[in-house]
Write a protein that binds this ligand. Structure first.
Ligand code: SF4
Length: 89
């Protein structure tokens, strides 16, 4: 059941989507904040669930993402193992 009571997502301080670092345009255009970040529906947010499980979340994951959990975890793992640019050059 959708919980639209007012609540701030506990991951808002670290979430790049909430911090306006992912989507272009004015902050007011980020409807995800109205639907998920500032209501009890943050618990349904795929980004929130990914942050809880891994401590991070790829930028392409949106709150209503339909990607399979295994796919998301694979992408998190890939990002964590990317070689650092500038090293060994
Ligand atoms: S609800 Fe989702 S998008 Fe919003 S701050 Fe939390 S993790 Fe980020």
């Amino acid at each position: 059941m959708n919980d639209y009571t007012t609540a701030l997502c506990p991951k808002s301080a670290i979430c790049e989507l909430f911090q306006d670092k992912i989507l272009q345009g004015p902050e007011k255009d980020n409807v995800y904040k109205m639907i998920y970040c500032s209501t009890g529906r943050y618990k349904d947010c795929v980004r929130y669930q990914t942050y809880r499980k891994t401590g991070t979340c790829p930028d392409f994951i949106m709150p209503n993402s339909k990607h399979a959990r295994d796919y998301i975890l694979k992408k998190v793992e890939e990002e964590a193992t990317l070689p650092l640019k500038g090293l060994n050059q």
